[in-house]
Design a protein around this ligand. Sequence first.
Ligand code: CP3
Length: 347
Amino acid sequence: MSYNDIFIRACRGERVDRLPVWYMRQAGRYDPDYRKIKENYSLLEICKQPELAAEVTMMPVKKLGVDAAILYSDIMNPVASIGIDFDIVANVGPVIANPIRTADDIARLKPIDVEGDLSHVIETIRILDRELNVPLITFAGAPFTIASYLIEGRPSKSYIKTKTMMYSEPKLWFSLMDKLGDMVIAYLRAHMAAGGKAFQIFDSWVGALAPHDFRKYVLPTIERIFSELADLPQPKIYFPGVASGELLPTLGHVQADIIGLDWRIPVAEGRRRLGGKFGVQGNLDPYVLTAPMDVIKEHAKAIIDEGVKEPKYIFNLGHGLFPEAPLDKLRELTEYVHEYSGQAIAA
Ligand code: CP3
C-alpha cells in the first residue's frame, strides 16, 4: 500500500484534495481487541514491549482508516526517567507515590535519560517508522499538565495544590516548569530522531487558568519548548486542552504549526483568536459520537464547512475518545470526513 502523507501536507499548508483526520486517544478501550490485550497487560506493560506497543498504535489506523497514527504511550511515561514513581490506575488515571511539594522534591528530579530509561519508546517509534503507511505523531504532556499530576498526586478538578504552589511559591513553580520543559524538549527531540513524523504537546488541563495567569506562569515555558525545537522539520502541534478558547489570543509567539481547538469554540472563531498565525485541528465534541449517525454527520459537516475555508486544517475531536465511543460510527465518520471534505474542497 502506498504511503499516505496527507496529514503532513495539510500541516504544511499544502493544497489537499480532501481533509486528513485522526482522533485524540484513538488507541483505547472503545476497541474490544484493545480491551482483550488489556486483560493481560497494563498500559505500562504494553509500552515496555515495543512490538506490542507498535501493534496497538496501528490498530486504529487499520480499523478506522485515519490518516495518522499516534504513538501508544502516556504523557506520564517520561517522568519515570526523571525520578518519579507513578502508576496508571484503571478508571482513575495517573497516581504518584510521592507527590512533588517542596524545593527538595524538585531538586531531586534528574535530567531525562531517553536512550537509557526510555529505550522501549524509541524502539517502538523505530518499528512504527518501518511498518506504518501513514505518519506517526508522537507526543509529550506539557509542563503544566504534567505538574498538575506530580503536585496533586492524582487527577484533580480544582488543581488546588498546583495553584497553591504557582501563586504562593513562584520560584519553586518556575524551577519545576524549567525541569519539565527540559524533559519535554529532550524527549521529543529523541522521538523525531527515531522516526517520528510530527509531534503534539498535550496541555489538557491548562484551560483551568485565567489568560493572565497562563501568560505569566506557563506560556514562557511553552514558548521556550517550541523555540528550542524550531530547527526540527517535523510539524508541531500544541493542544491547549479543554476550555482553552480564552487562551488562544496569547499564543502568537509559540513556534507551533497547528493549534488544537476544543469543541467549545467554532473553527472560524478559533482562527480569528489565533490571529491567523496557525493552522488548526479539531474540534468535534467527542460525546456527539453517542448520537445517531445523521446527527454526528450534521455536526461534522458544520465543522468541515468552516475547516476547508483555509489551508492547514486537520479534522479531529475537541478532546480524546472515551471508552464508550462506538467503533462502527467512528469508522463511518472517518469515511464521511474524507468523502464530504473532498466535495467541499472541490466546490
Ligand atoms: O491517543 C492515543 O491513542 C495514544 C495514547 C495516549 C494515552 N494517553 C494512552 C492511555 C495518549 C495520547 C495519552 C495522553 C494522555 N494521558 C493525556 C492527554 C490527552 C487527554 O486526554 O487530555 C492525559 C491527560 C493522560 C493522563 C491519563 N492517562 C488519564 C487522564 C487517563 C485516563 C484514566 C482512565 O482510566 O480513564 C490515562 C490512562 C490512559 N492512557 C488510557 C489510555 C489508552 C486508558 C486506560 C488504559 O487503557 O489503560
